[in-house]
Design a binder for this molecule. Structure first.
Ligand SMILES: Nc1nc2c(c(=O)[nH]1)N[C@H]1C(S)=C(S)[C@@H](COP(=O)(O)O)O[C@H]1N2
Ligand SMILES: [Mo]
Length: 428
């Protein structure tokens, strides 16, 4: 799997931001009111700092039957922690598991709710100024599920992680709370994904040299926040990434994609923040002009001290490590415990993992078979020396040399936590 250096994308996005600020943005598809809001958010650093990523979101008026639950699959307490419209995987649920996260425990991040889509009615609809003949939204180039299945299939193993994963620790460990879904470390998962390369579909749809951005749009309900309808969930991808390793997936862990994970078709954008991997994709704009949406201008940017006034773009995920243990696990004093965990990074494979159980950092044993993959399993032996509370810590370094600091640099919306997490256990 080839990887695009994220600084390249940062530069690309930077250019986009400047074009946007210069008023050259193509705002089609963004409701006027949302654009005004967006302009306000982009225009002033003060506004950015005050920006709040909302948690509870629903377009339903009060008193109206809310309809089906936001998530369709069962969410047993042993596997999930529910966070509003989302469900976080409990890391204890990965103890004894293989390389991938079984679908029944894969985390779910829904801005609103899982839509039920009839695959026979579903179409992938490509349109825009970056396609031959510049087809409009009303006269798109269409592909049905059967059309996609006839194209060359590819199976990849890739990690999907929410940019806000670990957000809770900005508060609990660092005293700098950030708004938004209070994820622990379970807003992440690795799965096998099967589908067709986005590049294959783009070329068949008549991609031209003029194209610069590709914006997939979800078919889930429009996202309403602070009384403003921001429209359907969508976020532009630079063409370079879209043509690189992005998949239009119709299967997850060798089964049809489940409703909650984007049935019938979703994007999988390896290494990049979860919002890039648009679920329930329908329309796809292919544009010769830069594209913007609230998901790349207002949310999913780094705002705050040390960041540009317009915010810094987010592309690749940061480095993290987790123990496959319950939070506040009980362990027997004096007995040998084999600790299991995993580390990962959006920049590429993990090179090294170290563990501290209270008496200094030492190397963890890496599972050799995982080398080069999207995450790395590891183990470490520990004999809890005394009854009472202990803290377990793990820190990883990836192939680019990026590691995990003791303290993550805070940002206004609490993205990309990469600090070392203190995992409490009690020896009895
Ligand atoms: N259409 C649509 N796509 C979406 C979302 C969404 O709410 N709607 N959430 C995004 C976010 S923020 C994340 S982290 C991933 C989560 O994928 P999963 O629910 O399959 O784990 O989906 C992304 N794709
Ligand atoms: Mo996310």
């Amino acid at each position: 799997m080839s990887r695009t250096p994220s600084w390249e994308e940062a530069r690309h996005d930077d250019r986009r931001a400047r074009q946007w600020l210069a008023g050259r943005a193509d705002g089609r598809g963004v409701p006027r009111q949302a654009l005004l809001e967006l302009g306000a958010a982009m225009g002033a650093l003060a506004a950015a700092a005050r920006e709040r990523e909302p948690v509870a979101v629903t377009a339903d008026p009060v008193g109206v039957d809310p309809g089906p639950a936001p998530i369709v699959k069962p969410l047993p307490e042993a596997l999930f922690d529910r966070l509003d419209t989302n469900a976080e995987m409990r890391w204890a649920a990965m103890a004894g598991q293989g390389y991938v996260v079984p679908t029944d425990r894969f985390f779910v991040r829904n801005h609103t709710r899982t839509p039920r889509i009839d695959p026979d009615d579903w179409r992938l609809s490509l349109f825009g100024s970056g396609l031959r003949g510049r087809p409009g939204r009303d006269r798109p180039v269409e592909f049905g599920v059967a059309d996609l299945r006839r194209l060359p299939a590819e199976r990849i193993t890739a990690l999907v992680e929410c940019a806000g994963n670990g957000r809770r620790f900005f508060d609990s460990q660092q005293g700098t709370p950030a708004p938004g879904v209070a994820w622990g470390l379970g807003g992440v998962g690795v799965a096998h994904w099967t589908g067709v390369r986005l590049s294959t579909v783009l070329r068949r749809a008549g991609l031209t040299d003029a194209a610069v951005d590709v914006q997939p749009e979800g078919l889930d309900p429009e996202y309403v926040t602070g009384g403003v309808n921001l429209g359907r969930v969508r976020r532009p991808l630079p063409l370079r990434k879209a043509l690189d390793d992005v998949l239009l997936a119709y299967a997850m862990n060798d089964e049809p994609l489940p409703a909650d994970h984007g049935f019938p078709v979703r994007l999988v954008v390896p290494g990049w923040i979860g919002i890039s991997s648009i679920k329930w994709v329908g329309p796809v704009e292919v544009s010769a002009a830069p594209l913007f949406s609230p998901w790349n201008t207002r949310f999913y940017r780094m705002f705050g001290p040390g960041h540009a006034a317009a915010g810094d773009p987010l592309t690749a995920q940061s480095v993290k490590s987790a123990f496959a243990l319950p939070w506040d696990a009980r362990v027997p004093v004096g007995a040998e415990v084999l600790l299991h965990g995993r580390s990962w990074s959006g920049n590429g494979p993990i090179r090294e993992v170290r563990v501290d159980t209270g008496d200094g950092w030492r190397p963890a044993d890496l599972v050799a078979a995982d080398a080069g993959g999207p995450w790395q399993r590891w183990t470490a032996v520990w004999r809890p020396p005394a009854p009472g509370r202990h803290h377990l810590r793990a820190r990883a370094t990836d192939v680019t040399g990026a590691g995990q600091p003791d303290r993550a640099a805070p940002n206004a919306l609490g993205y990309l936590f990469d600090g070392v997490v203190r995992h409490p256990v009690t020896a009895v």
